[in-house]
Ligand binder design. Structure first.
Ligand SMILES: [Zn+2]
Ligand SMILES: [Zn+2]
Length: 163
């Protein structure tokens, strides 16, 4: 079976990357923090193991903000134009990343597994049919297919072993 390869980049074109394999899960998050950080109604992030992300060109600059849990949420942006490419979140640290799906060359190639923090959405936003929705977050063990939940659990174990 050939592995899926996706590519993407920033707005100025200096930064290009490659994403190997399918993400573990894709969230469309409507929380207030995502609204503030993006200036938009929500964000779409694809979560995967960091080793599946390969920088092809350009440079990343790191900006740290507070996550929902209060721990460091580290946003990595193109040094040249500031487009946010991915984030490391406290739970998985550097083992996992949330890639901004809008930076893919073909963002329509990924569909969210879940719409989260719908309770915080801008009141005029219509939510999509056919995608599970949660007022806050969800239990990944219940929502994700076993193979993908296994990849997540494996990262959590690796993270705890290194803590
Ligand atoms: Zn750029
Ligand atoms: Zn959010």
């Amino acid at each position: 079976m050939s592995e899926t390869i996706r590519e993407g980049g920033c707005a100025c074109g200096a930064l290009r990357y490659r994403l190997r394999g399918e993400p573990i899960f894709v969230n469309n998050c409507h929380c207030r923090q995502c609204q503030q950080q993006t200036g938009g109604t929500s964000v779409v992030n694809a979560f995967t193991e960091t080793e599946n992300f390969e920088l092809l060109s350009g440079e990343l600059t790191q900006h740290t903000v507070k996550s929902g849990s209060g721990g460091p949420h580290r946003i990595f942006r193109c040094t040249h134009c500031g487009t946010a490419i991915f984030s490391h979140y406290p739970r998985l640290g550097e083992l996992g990343l949330g890639l901004r799906v809008g930076t893919l060359d073909e963002p329509a190639s990924l569909t969210p597994d879940a719409v989260v923090f719908t309770a915080e959405r801008m009141p005029w936003v219509t939510l999509p049919d056919g995608i599970p929705q949660f007022e806050a977050y969800y239990d990944p063990a219940r929502v994700l297919p076993p193979e993908r939940f296994g990849r997540l659990a494996d990262m959590v174990r690796r993270r705890e072993a290194n803590a």
